[in-house]
Every structure is written in structure tokens, then in C-alpha cells.
Design a protein around this ligand. Structure first.
Ligand SMILES: Cc1cc2nc3c(=O)[nH]c(=O)nc-3n(C[C@H](O)[C@H](O)[C@H](O)COP(=O)(O)OP(=O)(O)OC[C@H]3O[C@@H](n4cnc5c(N)ncnc54)[C@H](O)[C@@H]3O)c2cc1C
Ligand code: SF4
Length: 333
């Protein structure tokens, strides 16, 4: 067993100070539902963890006419069940309650959820597998191996690992922003700039610096929220990661024309994916089976499917189509 120090700050400022003074590799600990797994697998080996999960400052949830704000330490279950989120932003609520299990959602936080790492079996499977993300320069076992659930979009020659989270997919569709804090103070980061594609450095997964902490996630208010949904297709109907998913939100005018459209894709890309060309294809159109399907085809036009995962192009197109039609029905109510 590898020992590590366990630090319990009594404030966010204390956590930032502790992180700044800590040895390289020190990690923040929120719900611990994925960090401890990664430590047991030997993928993460922090010399210390800084436990922030009891900090009340991080758990605040507020909703007003301008924006929703979720403290990074709010539990997935609390946000999923929040009455305003359920009523006005069903895609956000559904992305959370279709993730993991009730026990996990009771423990896991919405900040920790954003920074979960890929479920690629070779990455998690053991040091004997070539994996550029786990052991840079060693190769990628998935390129010639089991790749059924790997990414179709945003891949590189060094890594095709899928970003597994659901929540960030819905957040990216709503132009969410993060407030983060570090030794230099606070800054705001668009959620769309948090995760990065693997390129030639799959080890780099996000743009936070090691001494930064996510304070809260903010979502600008939009009428498109009511006309939204999160569809998730998986091998079994609960407690599984997405084969394909789509967060969709639309606004319709009095004639039923689409005036606003947002599409986030999950389970298919190396990062939460915003399908902007597909969104544009629907503006000014009636939302029908044909136009929704066309948007799905546009969303996957650049897909480079893994060898045994080609079925997920058609599955992804159908997921987007269905999610757009559901969003349209909700928008028309
Ligand atoms: C069996 C299983 C099934 C799952 N299924 C799904 C699923 O279908 N969909 C899905 O989306 N997720 C799924 N998950 C992942 C789960 O949602 C995550 O484990 C959880 O959201 C992580 O939150 P946490 O608070 O426990 O994070 P932790 O494990 O505590 O931390 C995760 C990472 O985030 C960092 N971190 C945490 N908080 C902050 C902060 N405020 N600022 C900066 N860094 C921070 C930590 O340092 C760590 O690197 C599953 C997990 C398991 C174990
Ligand atoms: S896809 Fe990425 S994470 Fe998986 S084996 Fe290849 S390099 Fe490693």
C-alpha cells in the first residue's frame, strides 16, 4: 500500500494555501468516487490529498432570472433533483440522474464529475498495456485492440479515449462557465475551454493549473432550457457510460421555426463536444424528423469511427434526431 498525507482545510482559502504549499502531484478530494479508484489502480499516486468535501462554501446552489450557480461541492443528486433545474433545464437534471448510480450521485460532486478520467480499459487495466495517457510514449493499445467504445471525434494518432462524463455535455450546450481560484486569485473559464483534445499529449486533459480549485459552475439563463433534454444510449439502461448521448435545447417562434438550437455530444468524443455546425443547420427551419436527422448527420460528418465502433455513427445520428424532437415537443408546450 502506498501512503499519502490527508489534509482537511477549514475554508476554501485554506484549501488554496494548502494546495500551493503541497508537494507536486497533490490532489483535491471531493466525493472521492473516482479519485480513490484511480489511486487503487495505481494511475494516480498523490503524495497528499486535500479533502474539500465538507466545505460548506462550495455547496451553495442559487437560481435567479439571470443565471444558475452550482457550488463545485454540491452533490450530483442535489442538483439533479433541484426543482428549478428539473422544471427549467431538464437537460441538466437528466444528464445527472442518468449518470452513475443513486449511491454515487449522493456522494459525488458536480465539480469532481467534470474532472473524471477516461474509462478506456487499457488506461485503467494495468501498466503492462501500452497507453500514451498512462505512460507517455508507450503507444496506444486501443488502436489495434478493443475499441468499441472509443471516440469518433477529436481523436489523434496517440489517443482515442472517450471523455466519459454526462454533466459536462449538457453544460457545454448551455455555455456554462467555471469560476476557479488559485494563488493568483479568481478567474472565469468557459466550460468549453476546460477540456482539451489529446493531440500529441494525451496526458494533458484540461486547462486548470495544478494549484487551482473549481469554486462554482454558472449557467446563463435561457428560454431554451425549457425545451431541452439529455438522451443517453448505453449497453444497459442504468449504471453504464454512454455509447452515444446528446444534450439538445431549442427555442421555437410562433410559426414553429427554430430560433435557437444547442447540441452537445457525449460518449463519442475525446472531450465534451459542441456540434455547432449541426446547430446552425436548424436555425430558421421547422423541426421535423427530416431536419432533425439532417442535423444529426452534420454533427457526425467529421466522425472517424474506431474499427469496431462504426455502428456508433448511425446510433449517434439517431440519438441527436430523437433528442431534438423531444426538445422540440417540450419547447412547443
Ligand atoms: C461505477 C461508476 C459508474 C459511473 N458512471 C458514470 C456515468 O454514467 N456518467 C458520469 O458522468 N459519471 C459516472 N461516474 C463517475 C462519477 O460521476 C464520478 O466519479 C464523480 O462525479 C466524481 O465526483 P467526486 O466528487 O467523487 O470526485 P473525486 O473523485 O473526489 O475527484 C475527481 C477529480 O476531480 C478533482 N476535483 C474534485 N473537486 C474539485 C474542485 N472543486 N476543483 C478542482 N478539482 C476538483 C479531484 O482532484 C480529482 O482529480 C461513474 C463512477 C463510477 C465509480
Ligand atoms: S486510447 Fe488513450 S487512454 Fe486508451 S490506450 Fe490509447 S492512449 Fe491509452
Amino acid at each position: 500500500m502506498r501512503s499519502f498525507a490527508y489534509v482537511v482545510p477549514d475554508s476554501v482559502a485554506g484549501a488554496v494555501d494548502a494546495l500551493a504549499a503541497a508537494e507536486p502531484g497533490t490532489k483535491l478530494l471531493a466525493g472521492g468516487t473516482t479519485l480513490y479508484d484511480l489511486m487503487k489502480l495505481g494511475i494516480e499516486a498523490p503524495p497528499a490529498v486535500i479533502d474539500i468535501h465538507r466545505l460548506a462554501e462550495l455547496t451553495e446552489i442559487s437560481t435567479d432570472e439571470d443565471e444558475l450557480s452550482f457550488g463545485a461541492g454540491a452533490k450530483m443528486a442535489e442538483v439533479a433533483d433541484h426543482p428549478v433545474v428539473r422544471r427549467d433545464y431538464p437537460a441538466l437534471s437528466e444528464s445527472l440522474w442518468r449518470a452513475a448510480s443513486q449511491q454515487l450521485r449522493n456522494m459525488a460532486t458536480v465539480g469532481g464529475n467534470l474532472l473524471q478520467r477516461t474509462r478506456c480499459g487499457y488506461f485503467r487495466g494495468g501498466a503492462e498495456f501500452p497507453c500514451n495517457k498512462r505512460n507517455p510514449g508507450s503507444g496506444c493499445a486501443a488502436l489495434e485492440g478493443l475499441d468499441r467504445t472509443h471516440a469518433l471525434l477529436g481523436t489523434s494518432d496517440t489517443c482515442i479515449a472517450t471523455y466519459p462524463g454526462d454533466w459536462a455535455v449538457a453544460l457545454i450546450a448551455f455555455d456554462a462557465e467555471l469560476d476557479v481560484v488559485g494563488p493568483a486569485g479568481e478567474r472565469t473559464l468557459p466550460l468549453g475551454e476546460l477540456h482539451v483534445e489529446p493531440g500529441d499529449n494525451p496526458l494533458l486533459e484540461h486547462t486548470l493549473t495544478p494549484d487551482e480549485l473549481i469554486l462554482r459552475i454558472r449557467v446563463p439563463a435561457t428560454p431554451a432550457g425549457r425545451g431541452s433534454t439529455y438522451h443517453k444510449i448505453r449497453d444497459r439502461e442504468s449504471y453504464a457510460f454512454a455509447l452515444t448521448s446528446a444534450a439538445t435545447a431549442v427555442t421555437l417562434d410562433a410559426q414553429g421555426m427554430v430560433t435557437d438550437c444547442r447540441i452537445g455530444l457525449g460518449g463519442v468524443a475525446t472531450r465534451p463536444w459542441r456540434a455547432t455546425a449541426a446547430e446552425r443547420s436548424l436555425i430558421g427551419e421547422q423541426l421535423t424528423m427530416e431536419t432533425a436527422r439532417h442535423a444529426g448527420e452534420v454533427a457526425f460528418a467529421e466522425a472517424r469511427p474506431p474499427r469496431t465502433g462504426a455502428f456508433r455513427v448511425e446510433l449517434g445520428i439517431r440519438t441527436v434526431t430523437d433528442a431534438l424532437l423531444t426538445a422540440g415537443k417540450r419547447a412547443a408546450r
